[in-house]
Ligand binder design. Structure first.
Ligand code: HEC
Length: 204
């Protein structure tokens, strides 16, 4: 019987010892079994340092420093916008809009856009077989009348329920997709007058 009381006593002491002081405030530092390098002698961003004359840990960029990688200075090419921030109609002039470019756009379109917008661009991609009616038809007037820069922007950042594809397509490929979207739009809105006069007779 004595042992039962003894065991009970230790259980009570252990329970209170471990759980009883949870949440209470102490001025003494906690016991750290694994400190995990929590405290290091290092400078944090925007900290103060007596070491430098201006008292800042952040060092100013030396004059004449050249940015590494891409400066992304051209707002038309990288954002589809004018310097004033409006969407630009037309393609950046350093791109060559040839067959190869459109083919590249078609290939990228069929990988990244077809599942939702369909290979015709009519918004009936495979996802609609599974109950999602969301994807827009690319042949509606709204999108046909949008400046190229706006479509580029939709690809870069997404729109409402369409996620962004900026991380999947480099800017040049995004422009190629825009070119292919334009080609699709033409294909679905052809008129007799678009056919060369010499071939109009072949239509029936
Ligand atoms: C996950 C499905 C999905 C994918 C992939 C997708 N879209 Fe969309 N897209 C949508 C949906 C949904 C909308 C309608 C968004 C809304 O509610 O306005 C849309 C809208 C658009 C619009 C119209 C935006 C506007 O101004 O209303 C364009 C243009 C467009 N998509 C182009 C593309 C292109 C080009 C690609 C491939 C690079 C692509 N989308 C890939 C789902 C998708």
């Amino acid at each position: 019987m004595r042992y039962v009381y003894l065991v009970l006593f230790f259980v009570v002491v252990l329970t209170v010892g471990v759980l009883g002081f949870r949440g209470s405030i102490s001025t003494r530092p906690p016991l750290e079994v694994f400190p995990d390098m929590d405290r290091q002698s290092k400078y944090l961003p925007q900290d103060v340092s007596p070491f430098f004359a201006d008292g800042r840990t952040d060092r100013p960029i030396p004059a004449g420093t050249v940015a590494r990688g891409d400066l992304r200075e051209d707002p038309h090419f990288y954002a589809g916008r004018s310097p004033g921030g409006d969407f630009v109609a037309g393609f950046p002039t350093d791109l060559t809009l040839d067959r190869q470019f459109i083919d590249r756009g078609r290939e990228r379109y069929e990988i990244y856009c077809t599942p939702c917008h369909g290979s015709l661009g009519n918004g009936r991609g495979i996802v609609t077989n599974y109950g999602w009616g969301g994807p827009a038809s690319l042949h509606i007037d709204l999108i046909r009348n949008q400046p190229e820069g706006e479509i580029f922007n939709t690809i870069t950042h997404g729109k409402n329920t369409m996620f962004s594809l900026g991380d999947k397509l480099v800017p040049e490929d995004r422009w190629a997709v825009v070119a292919y979207v334009r080609a699709l739009q033409r294909s679905q809105n052809g008129r007799v007058a678009d056919v060369p006069a010499s071939h109009q007779g072949d239509l029936n």
